[in-house]
Design a protein around this ligand. Structure first.
Ligand SMILES: NC(=O)c1ccc[n+]([C@@H]2O[C@H](COP(=O)([O-])OP(=O)(O)OC[C@H]3O[C@@H](n4cnc5c(N)ncnc54)[C@H](OP(=O)(O)O)[C@@H]3O)[C@@H](O)[C@H]2O)c1
Length: 278
């Protein structure tokens, strides 16, 4: 089994469905005929989304949950299966980022990020995989990040969580493919969602801001990748070239990262501190 030929009748559980990429993907899956289990902390946003899905003729259940809470994650998986039947497609998408130098990043926040971005993914995958293996059918999408392939300054802790997700997804993909389970790892570039707060936007290099794309475009590609049984998706696609550059010319890549992110940030911080001292 690789590609999804028909989404109709599939049960899909999407984490981080209350906003951004997850919300957009849940809507697309529902309009393609899948039945949705919606997971995130904000119940009101999930209810709003479920209402939209139902008014379009679809089926959705709302499962408010902090993905970093293992017991709550396991209960959400059990409840999804009880109310909608076996989960065929799991989308591990919930997560958050932080733009700040590692030395100024509070350890509590790094722990929290690791629990949400990485362990949350572990909890949902571990709870739903046995059922998929038993049925010899299932698809698991891991929403990693380009930061899970190329680590940039100012997001060390975030990159580490996404490298962890990438590693988990790559190894799991090999472990389960002969048992009929397909793993798709998604590496979004810069997508216009509430993921970026004012602080993050102000610290991002101009080149990244210029590359920002709408979540609908990414979701179109995710659906296409699922249909085709692809194992990896980087979007926008041209970013995948940077993986080759990094592998072949690591010194050049390092100089580029320094120039586009680190040096720009240092100039900005120097300007801010001289403005505040005058
Ligand atoms: N936007 C980008 O450019 C970009 C690039 C690369 C990768 N990504 C990845 O894409 C994924 C989705 O991000 P997005 O851009 O769509 O951001 P977003 O709009 O901020 O959405 C994040 C989602 O994650 C949920 N979430 C966060 N913490 C949670 C928790 N503890 N428990 C349950 N749900 C939680 C949020 O819901 P609640 O607040 O309601 O809990 C929300 O639904 C993330 O994993 C992110 O790392 C995004």
């Amino acid at each position: 089994m690789a590609g999804i030929r028909d989404f109709r009748g599939l049960t899909a559980l999407v984490t981080g469905a209350s906003s951004g990429i997850g919300r957009c993907l849940a809507l697309r899956l529902a309009s393609s005929g899948a039945r949705l289990a919606l997971v995130a902390r904000r119940a009101d946003e999930l209810e709003r989304l479920a209402g939209e899905i139902r008014s379009g003729g679809g089926e959705a259940v709302v499962l408010p949950c902090d993905v970093a809470d293992r017991a709550a994650a396991e209960a959400a998986c059990a409840e999804a299966s009880r109310r909608l039947g076996s989960v065929d497609l799991l989308v591990n998408n919930a997560g958050f980022g932080r733009h700040r130098p590692f030395v100024r990043h509070e350890v509590d926040d790094i722990e929290r990020m690791t629990r949400v971005n990485y362990l949350g993914t572990v909890y949902f995958t571990h709870a739903l995989l046995p059922g998929m293996l038993e049925r010899r059918r299932g698809w698991i999408v891991f929403v990693s990040s380009v930061a899970g392939r190329i680590a940039s300054p100012d997001e060390a802790a975030y990159a580490a969580t996404k490298f962890a997700v990438t590693g988990l997804a790559s190894a799991l993909s090999l472990e389960v493919e002969d048992a009929g389970i397909h793993v798709l790892t998604v590496f979004p570039g810069v997508i216009r969602t509430p993921f970026f707060d004012e602080e993050a936007l102000s610290r991002m290099p101009p080149v990244s801001l210029r590359q920002m794309v709408e979540p609908e475009k990414l979701v179109d590609e995710v659906i296409r990748a699922l249909r085709r049984g692809r194992r990896e998706l980087t979007y926008p696609r041209f970013i995948a070239l940077a993986y080759r550059v990094q592998a072949l010319f690591p010194g050049f890549m390092r100089r580029q990262l320094r120039r586009t992110t680190l040096e720009a940030l240092r100039r900005r911080e120097a300007a801010e501190s001289s403005a505040s001292s005058t």
